[in-house]
Design a protein around this ligand. Sequence first.
Ligand code: SF4
Length: 480
Amino acid sequence: MNENLHIQREVDDKPGEECGVFGIYDFDGNDIAQTIYYGLFALQHRGQESCGIAVSDTEGPKGKVDSCKGMGLVNEVFDAEKLENLHGNIGVGHVRYSTAGASTRENAQPLVLNYIKGTLALAHNGNLINAPQLREELAYGGAIFQTTIDSEVIAYHIARERVRSKTAEEAVARAMQKIKGAYSLVIMSPRKLMGARDPQGFRPLCIGKRGNAYVLASETCALDTIGAEFVRDVLPGEIVTITQEGIKSDTRLCQKQQTAHCVFEYIYFARPDSVIDGVSVYHSRLMAGRYLAMDSPVDADIVVGVPESGNAAALGYSLQSGIPYGTAFVKNGYVGRTFIKPKQSSRESSVRVKLNVLREAVEGKRVIMIDDSIVRGTTSDRIVHMLREAGAKEVHMRVSSPPFLWPCYFGTDVPAREQLIAYNRTVEEIRQVIGADSLGYLDCSRLRQMAGDLPICTGCFTGNYPLDPPMEDIRGEFEQ
Ligand code: SF4
């Protein structure tokens, strides 16, 4: 992974989301590259390493795809001139954070594939659990891979199936019977825009409409940003195909009993202004805070959130407990990819550069501090210490998720067990490590409640994965 991003993850002590995807088909024939740019901008929180846009003209030559991708944030990779050079009324876009596959330009998406039936552009969010086997199978069949990401395995499978299928959507359906794991896909073939979601529905994908254009996006916040109306979520296992004739749905692979939405989308990954599978992310965070107040009460003077993702849960805790909500931290939002980590010997600390305490708000007070998660525990102790230094009398930490105990294989980088602070430690031992006066986590039994009673994946908290995990950690396998 890019060293600076790695540093930033360490500063945040948060797991990374794999990616964000976006697609649009404008039936009126307008150029849509700029709209994709703004859609990706709204999805930037899902991936900051690389991004890309591929567009095509449905009235133009069939194999012609304009694409541009690069390393960096959306506004670093694209400028007005680059967008103006991307012509077409159908297109897909992608923001990436690597959990499988190296952080290189080749691995940036969308992947554009030229094959016998024309062109395919694909953007993928998630991780496959059987990618190495599928890759080997393709390699023995003569395939030459240009990337180390499992998205290419999906693209190859679709292309291969396309040769023996009547339609592109049929090829996607056939490929979906082989691939296992987490995938939300947005695919452009010369005259079609397709969206597909794995039968578990790990990662979100929704449909929107703006005038005479259909949109597919990882989150509804991207629809809001471009002024599109929300139509509905793509169902787990569903393939939607958008053509001039409108939108078609194939639900043959939908199996309701298998559904397992990633609960961590609600806890941390998704933007609070998004609604996923009918459940408001903001509301679910608020509820997590309320449950924490019910299950881990403590007497205090103020409740504060570790910004930004801890804020909604802190408000929920405050509403439930009646303890006033306050702001204790000022965050410097400009810690970007080029952030230079202070040397160990220097007096600056990464956390301090990013976060400062409002002394006035906490001095002489008993503080409840809410964070959404603790992964490795690299920052919590420092934040607790900062509050004490600013004069807090007591610091009680509450976490709006259960302890991470297992890795994730479905599109995030929740790491191996040995790296997790909660592995082999009791809550009391973790409390001692971070130096808080008390520590409480959200109980696992609350997870489904906070996600509006949706069937959810809780693998990284419980070890109960909705699909058998690989025997060993295959993330990053292809680099070896
Ligand atoms: S294991 Fe955790 S992070 Fe991964 S999909 Fe399941 S709930 Fe989400």
